[in-house]
Design a protein around this ligand. Structure first.
Ligand code: ZN
Ligand code: ZN
Length: 286
């Protein structure tokens, strides 16, 4: 039997949390997505503020292994980690995978975030076992029950995209956020990388991709490491992916503007490609 995956969005916003009346539909929490197979193996993608609500749910069923995959350690992808309930529970076995930023280890960055100067809760209050695994582009990750591969993304300081599927086959999902598909105003994008990216997402049932910008905003921010919704549609279309979730929403875009952005993206999508703007609390069963 081929296994299915359940993908839930806990935070869909980029850069900074944006609570308020204007963002209630798509959500204001920063990046966090969970991927779960039928046997309960869970991978968590990024630890933005959305991870807090996920942690509350997981905290009610302690004792297992959890694998957290970080795309990179920019603030909006780790800000929720100090508030992740399973860290405060005995018997939790938490494995954090991700790329090391330049000049410092991943472990060191995560420890700095929990330093007493910026976060008052002492280390002794967090009895969970924490293991940090630095990973690099193209590597396979050791996540129980799941087959996970990574790819280099185009982003200042670097970031990794992930492709996940059940170890014994089944549905496939790809998570590519903080990724600039365009040239970034410089010669940063090789055609080889583009081909590699297409091959990486080919065969996935759901592509979650950075779609932060409108074309106008993109023109203003070359080299910032993000894509327009139309560029995300073009990638999904060229790789023959049936389903695209627009992700890492621009903090200045309210629900109405995101409706417009997804409308434009849908109009540009070829037949057979379904485009949705990811929203908090949304679950996709693959
Ligand atoms: Zn980000
Ligand atoms: Zn970033």
């Amino acid at each position: 039997m081929s296994m299915s995956l359940s993908v839930t969005f806990w935070g869909t916003r980029g850069t900074i949390p944006t609570p308020g009346a204007g963002t209630v539909r798509y959500g204001g929490n920063t990046a966090c997505v969970s991927v779960r197979d039928q046997r309960g193996h869970t991978a968590i993608l990024d630890a933005g503020t959305g991870i807090r609500a996920l942690g509350q749910l997981l905290g009610a069923q302690p004792g297992g292994r959890l694998d957290l995959l970080l795309s990179h350690v920019h603030w909006d992808h780790i800000q929720g980690l100090p508030f992740f309930e399973p860290m405060y529970q005995h018997g939790q076995d938490i494995h954090i995978h991700g790329p090391a930023p330049s000049g410092v280890s991943l472990q060191e960055v995560l420890e700095r975030q929990l330093d007493g100067a910026v976060y008052p809760v002492p280390r002794t209050a967090r009895p969970a076992r924490l293991t940090v695994h630095e990973t690099s582009p193209g590597a396979s990750l050791d996540v129980p029950g799941l087959k996970v591969r990574s790819i280099a993304l185009s982003h200042p300081g670097g970031a990794l995209g992930y492709r996940l599927e059940p170890a014994d086959g089944g549905a496939v999902v790809a998570y590519l956020t903080d990724n600039e598909l365009g040239s970034g105003g410089a010669d940063r994008v090789s055609s080889a990388w583009r081909r590699e990216l297409e091959e990486f997402v080919r065969g996935t049932e759901l592509l979650i991709h950075d779609a932060m910008y409108t074309p106008a905003l993109l023109a203003d921010r070359p080299g910032w490491g993000h894509s327009s919704a139309l560029e995300a549609v073009a990638l999904a279309a060229s790789a023959g992916v049936p389903r695209l979730a627009l992700f890492h929403h621009e903090p200045d875009h309210d629900d109405g503007q995101l409706d417009e952005l997804v409308g434009t993206a849908r109009a540009a999508a070829p037949p057979g490609l379904t485009v949705t703007a990811a929203h908090e609390g949304w679950t996709v069963n693959l």
